[in-house]
Design a protein around this ligand. Sequence first.
Ligand SMILES: [Zn+2]
Length: 434
Amino acid sequence: MGVLRNVIVPAVFLAVLSLQVTCEPRSYDGYKVIRIKVNSEDDVRFLRTLQTSNGQLDFWDFPSDLMVPTDQADTIESQLVSQGLKFDVWIHDVQKLIDGQFTKSPKDGFNAAGARIQSTDPHYFDYEIYHRWAEIDQWVKNTAAKYPTLAEEFIIGRSYEKRAMRALKVGVDTGNEKWGAWYNGGIHAREWVSPATVMWMTNQFLEDYKNNVTEVVTLLETFDLYVLPVMNPDGYEYTWTDERLWRKTRSINLGSNCMGTDPNRNFAYEWGGIGASADPCSIVFRGPYPHSEIEIKDVTDFIRERGKTQKFKLYIDFHSYSQLWLSSWGYTYDLPDDYETMYDQMTVGCEAIKSVHNKTYVYGAGSSVLYATAGSSKDWGYGVMGVPYSYTVELRDTGEYGFVLPEDQILPTCQEMYAGLKAALQFNIDNPYP
Ligand SMILES: [Zn+2]
């Protein structure tokens, strides 16, 4: 009987395993990304209508960078030409970029279908490669265990597919009142460099504190950092297993075959306005109602609750790509009351970023630098929570690889952003108002 059981169990296990191996991710063979030369408000309006009328249209960066599926190239390009819009082919084959993104991952870390295998070693963590969600979750636990007096893990809630939203609180218990600062990565599933950067920076704060780096000692004595590496874990894992360029959550939309909500259009501040879609098939679908996504509800509940006893000074939602540092407002072209100090802080942050690898990050109010977006995280942070400095930061690059940034750019991205984040935190100490 014992022998029989030994035979059956591996057979079942293998059957399950082979099912996973044969399930190949979506191919982006021949998909292009074109860069559109937008000259007028009229052009923007036209592209917005195009985006709304074709829910599947994937603007990597609205209104300029548009991914064009092979079989839709003729239709889309003739629509652009008829509007008098000019464009260049920016990326010739998206699948080629995807195949080339793992420049630093170990060669034996992939299965026969070319998918990354999850590491089984709980202590294995290489900051210069991209990680599956479970590895990141393990990283949170390991980091808390490694720095028991500085880092504490906690679960904010569970995602739609019941993944733990495991976060870290990092700081020194001084016995005094401390300010809060929140930062997260991975709200948009395909922006892989953002969780990678969030983890690297958090580890660097801890290492620098341990090594008595004066600047960091001051920061961790002044702030409690609340860190969530992946805000949209279901979407993130789906980008590894099924669709590398998935952006939204993975919730089911009643009455539609299209899944997911754009979590960064789901926040309860000016929800549903410009730059958000009511079409569940759109990649900027706002969701059926504000905070419909459990991930957004749980995070906003947490910050609101914690904000009752601790003043949050900084809130950063890390995205990629475009190299931008954006303040409120997103939903309107009007500037917020505190814009002057926000602008000074963004200046300090972007100068610090530039000093590391000479990369330029453009900064300003989201609606004027990028495009208007209603229901975004930064507007919620500023407008609802009253966090004086509430931002969206778009990490590298400026479109050469877009969302598919090769692994050899993870480290420099982290290094420059760490300088920017430290400068932004220090700015709060130097300018205690507001
Ligand atoms: Zn994003």
